[in-house]
Design a protein around this ligand. Structure first.
Ligand code: BES
Ligand code: MN
Ligand code: MN
Length: 469
């Protein structure tokens, strides 16, 4: 028998769930920073021990990519529901670097509650959302202690430590463990709901091509008086290159960039137009007076269904106090291109590598280095798993789910389909206003607890699913 939502909510120990998440948030598991390698191991072990205490066979697996050690994967399973679907829950325990530290109101690795929100790096992305599933499973198990019901589905957890650096080791790990990781559906909570009062099933992620443009001028930094006007200036050259990557209509100029891009169906356009979105509020929420972008598309279309190019960082020359009259020898920029279904990251990377040298001014050497990428993803809305998620969200929020895509990327998701052959179900608990990757990242306590309840309800609903359907 399926325990009612009211009973589940009554069983959920909020305080204990918060305490445990805070312990996890205190571990500075920054995957990009080699000085945190030990913390990565500590976070993985924390999760393994927790899952073991819930009766899972749980282990920490070392990983590697191109001969180098990667951050460990936590794998755990409890397969005690013969004839029931197997659900693989994926999440990541690594977090983005905390910089700039001075912008944090309270320290990034000392979780603090203010105004009903947990402030900490990783609170929403993705420790809080991933841990909600662990507590969701625990909730179902604690109910079993009184009624003798086991978990309604077979559950596997796959928690990685390299998502924020492009999951370099995970595809090989999936390949090596493909049989063990087999599942009927893969559940992921690592993104944002459409709006605070809108329970959401996400059915699309953008892909990514991330490159670094390097510009080399003279063989050393030069006096800008003695050489200015004659010597090539790599920073000016870089600015010129960047300004040519988009035209006045907000379109990316790289030849072939838009080839194959899937157009929205009229049904999808209509569905999105009905979502409660306001450009004014969206602009106000990030403190800007206008939303420049590709002409001819609405904001949601630009965010979810159109590819784009953004400079994410730029360096070169003197950055210190006051002035220094110098022409730098080198400059560089980090560029992300968000991709949509129909585009291939490797192809797009090749296209920008071919294009940039053709628009560079004379006298400088340019190089476009590929950093990482990921395939775009679109989930079939017409699936029984989507319906199960809708039922679970309706139970928790008292209203049916909205279906939206998102502009972010989770590069490994396409590999789940390719290597494990399983469909994914993206049920996000966070919000954009949680400010993932920014200073003062947070996660509303209410969203965390609703995440726990949604996870429990979702596993119950998936347990009602007939296999092979
Ligand atoms: N959780 C995000 C992905 C995300 C962001 C989903 C916003 C939905 C909305 C994930 O941790 C992330 O940050 N992904 C990176 C990928 C990159 C590091 C390869 C991203 O999207 O920039
Ligand atoms: Mn994430
Ligand atoms: Mn992230």
């Amino acid at each position: 028998m399926t325990t009612s939502q009211t009973d589940l909510a009554a069983l959920h120990d909020r305080q204990q769930a918060e305490r445990e998440l805070f312990d996890l948030l205190r571990i500075p598991s920054v995957s990009a920073d080699p000085t945190h390698t030990e913390d990565m191991g500590r976070a993985a072990e924390f999760l393994r021990a927790k899952l073991e205490s819930l009766g899972f066979a749980a282990r920490v697996d070392a990983t590697e990519h191109s001969g180098k050690a990667g951050h460990p994967v936590v794998y755990a399973e409890r397969l005690e529901a013969p004839g029931k679907p197997t659900v693989l829950i994926y999440g990541h325990y690594d977090v983005q670097p905390e910089a700039p530290l001075s912008e944090w109101v309270t320290p990034p690795f000392e979780p603090t509650v203010r105004d009903g929100r947990i402030y900490a790096r990783g609170s929403t992305d993705d420790k809080g959302q991933a841990y909600a599933h662990i507590r969701g499973v625990e909730l179902l198990l604690s109910q079993g202690q009184t009624e003798g019901t086991p978990l309604p589905v077979n559950v596997k957890f796959l928690l990685e430590g390299e998502e924020e650096v492009g999951s370099p080791s995970l595809a090989a790990y999936l390949q090596a463990h493909a049989e063990e990781l087999g599942a009927d559906v893969i559940v992921i909570s690592d993104g944002s709901r459409f709006a605070p009062d809108v329970p959401t099933v996400t059915y699309g992620l953008r892909g990514l091509s991330y490159v670094e443009i390097l510009v080399q001028g003279a063989n050393r930094d030069l006096h800008s008086g003695s050489y200015g006007g004659a010597a090539p200036n790599p920073i000016n050259a870089l600015a010129e290159i960047i300004s040519k990557l988009k035209d006045d209509h907000g379109r990316v100029t790289i030849p072939g960039f838009y080839d194959g891009v899937e157009e929205l169906t009229p049904e999808e356009r209509e569905m999105w137009a009905r979502l409660p979105h306001s450009d004014e509020e969206f602009a106000a929420s990030i403190g800007v007076p206008a939303l420049p972008g590709e002409e001819g598309y609405s904001t949601l279309e630009r965010l979810w269904a159109r590819p784009t190019l953004d400079v994410n960082g730029i360096w070169g020359g003197y950055q210190g106090e006051g002035s220094k009259t110098v022409i730098a020898a080198k400059a560089g920029a980090k560029v992300s291109m968000r991709l949509v279904p129909g585009q291939d990251p490797e192809r797009v990377t090749r296209l920008i590598q071919e294009y940039v040298p053709t628009i560079a001014p004379q006298g400088v050497k340019v190089e476009v280095k590929a950093l990482h990428g990921g395939q775009p993803v679109k989930v079939d809305l017409d699936s029984p798993f989507i319906k199960a998620a809708d039922r679970a969200l309706t139970r928790v929020y008292g209203k049916p789910a909205a279906f939206s895509r998102t502009g972010g990327s989770i590069p490994i998701v396409a590999d789940f389909r390719r290597i494990l052959g399983a469909p994914v179900l993206l049920v996000d608990f966070g919000l954009n206003e949680d400010a993932p990757h920014s200073p003062n990242e947070s996660f509303a306590l209410e969203d965390y607890h609703n995440g726990v309840l949604t996870s429990a309800a979702l596993l119950q609903e998936l347990g009602l699913q007939e296999l092979g359907k």
